[in-house]
Design a protein around this ligand. Structure first.
Ligand SMILES: [Zn+2]
Ligand SMILES: [Zn+2]
Length: 371
């Protein structure tokens, strides 16, 4: 696919060293400081000095090896914000641009696959996710994530951040934001839809805001507890269902046209959720449970309910989402922590404590000016 990796290489400094906090094999999810030499910066890539990185549930599944064993030190983090500090000559950004990076750092280039051709690059077989993925582009190397001082990515996977959005707030858009924005758009959330959001956390608190701003007829926050009820209304909910109350479930039977499940808990009761879905509705799974999902199929057949998954979003939707957030004043509610406290912060994410997203913030003094 590439004429010659050598020809596209623009900057090879074998002493370049990026430092981050890495998961190690059998490390019980405790991140350790680790340095690595990045692959060369290619002509269509940018190097970003990272100022912020959000912590996503996926980082916890990954570092705790819930999704399988880790074979090497691997830096998590895929809600990355920073400034461009180096660029290849064909990169679309300039030095100093403030950009964000999500779950994908590369996809096919010169010859587009069917999915990239359609603009659904999140399904590209040639893509590389942001952390611990061998690149498939013939240029070598393995990606490392954003719990680090720097990262190099294809410049079209770095998205310019609208000036209205602060860097700490921007980070969460690149996974939690696009993951919730895309299915609402795909399944046409709008004035005619009654939209439910299961789980009021990092993803759910953004989903409520999007749905409200899209003018949905009803925005229903769904949780097993009442402790976030008041905040759910502030985030845009017009109604709240506590799933531990059978009566509330019964009263809300078949009341949703679209519902996003952001909760990966093994305590999810899928039959309860299905009971809330109306005819021809979509129940969209966003979080990835570590256990198999089981349920009786009767309501699914009786009501023509589609149970679908949704994975991230494409590049065009990422740009659109950032503009939509700026225009409608949608912001994640974030708690900032220093990068050094990433282990404590990950524990808090695992325990479901954040209201609603933790974003690691780089202290200027911690940055490595020589990287
Ligand atoms: Zn994520
Ligand atoms: Zn592709």
């Amino acid at each position: 696919m590439f004429s010659s990796a050598q020809e596209t290489k623009v900057s090879e400094d074998p002493t370049a060293t990026f430092t981050g906090w890495a998961a190690v094999p059998n490390g019980n999810g405790i991140l350790q400081k680790w340095s690595y030499h990045p692959r060369p910066l290619f002509e269509d890539e940018v190097e970003i000095e990272i100022s912020h990185c959000g912590i996503c549930g996926s980082d916890i599944h990954f570092t705790s090896e819930g999704w399988g064993p880790i074979t090497r030190p691997a830096i998590p983090g895929h809600e990355i914000v920073g400034h461009v500090v180096a660029r290849g000559e064909k990169a679309i950004h300039q030095i100093g641009d403030r950009v964000g990076v999500g779950c994908i750092v590369a996809a096919c280039r010169d010859k587009l696959c069917d999915q990239c051709e359609k603009g659904e690059d999140q399904f590209c077989d040639q893509k590389s996710i942001t952390f611990n993925a061998p690149y498939k582009d013939g240029r070598g190397g393995i990606s490392e994530g954003g719990f680090a001082d720097r990262i190099r990515v294809y410049s079209d996977y770095a998205f310019k951040i609208p000036k209205e959005i602060l860097s700490a707030e921007a980070a969460s858009f690149f996974c939690a934001g696009i993951t919730t924005y895309t299915p609402l758009k795909r399944y046409k959330a709008g004035p005619n839809s009654r939209v439910g959001v299961i789980g009021i956390g990092g993803l759910g608190h953004l989903a409520l805001q999007w749905a409200r701003a899209m003018g949905c007829k009803e925005v229903v926050a769904i949780s097993g507890r009442d402790n976030k009820k008041e905040e759910a209304f502030k985030l845009g909910a017009t109604k709240f269902i506590n799933t531990s109350d059978r009566q509330q479930l019964t009263d809300a039977a078949k009341s949703l046209d679209l519902c996003l499940c952001t909760n990966a808990s093994k305590n999810n009761n899928w039959e309860d959720y299905l009971s809330l879905m109306g005819p021809l509705s979509h129940l969209v799974l966003l979080a990835l449970p570590e256990e198999p999902i089981t349920f009786k199929g009767t309501p699914m057949v009786a009501q023509d309910i589609a149970i679908v998954g949704s994975h991230l979003g494409n590049k065009a939707d990422t740009v659109e989402m950032l503009e939509f957030a700026a225009k409608h004043n949608i912001r994640p509610w974030v708690e900032k922590r220093p990068f050094e406290d990433c282990n404590e912060a990950c524990k808090d994410v695992h325990a479901g404590k954040p209201r609603y997203r933790i974003v690691l913030e780089m202290d200027a003094a911690q940055k490595n000016p020589h990287a």
